[in-house]
Ligand binder design. Sequence first.
Ligand code: FMN
Length: 176
Amino acid sequence: MVMEFYDVIKTRRSVRSYKPNAVPEEALSRVLDAARFAPSGSNRQPWKYLLVKSPELRKKIATLCGGQHWIAEAPIVVVACGSDIKYDRGGYMGEMSFLIDSAIGLTHLILAARAEGLGTCWIGLFDNESIKEILDIPTGWNVAAVTPLGYPKDPKWAQPGKRKEISEIVSVDQWS
Ligand SMILES: Cc1cc2nc3c(=O)[nH]c(=O)nc-3n(C[C@H](O)[C@H](O)[C@H](O)COP(=O)(O)O)c2cc1C
């Protein structure tokens, strides 16, 4: 069953408790394909997704994410990496622009995961250097974010979150 686009957006939540059930290969490939089609500066596609399935490595990564041990419950931990190719054409982000590209790619992935009934949780707290070491991530690449990927334990997980009103976050013509 294909979910309505805005339902996907509104019911994606950060999931912090997972069933051990495997992610079906067909669902996983659709999710990864969604990440593949994300836009990026000059279409450089400077991303790579490490799918960590080994229980030992999942536990180590959870420890390296500030001890958020529940991350390892998910059957897959996605380590989203970005290549820090210099990208300075006058843009203000300069060499940090890989973070933007990687974030867009991972956003595609987590929304597609929601459409598949899978949970994710964007993890911004991690030890880049140590994760690079245990996963053999080469020089010139960095971890942009981590997310567990699996079926949420709570059957009622997909409820819209609390958000600011549109009037608080949008203004027209002038800042107000
Ligand atoms: C850049 C970023 C970093 C985050 N880091 C963490 C994290 O380390 N641990 C965690 O449990 N949640 C983390 N989150 C999830 C946020 O807490 C969550 O998205 C926010 O509270 C809104 O809730 P929702 O995702 O359920 O809608 C992060 C989210 C983002 C976008």
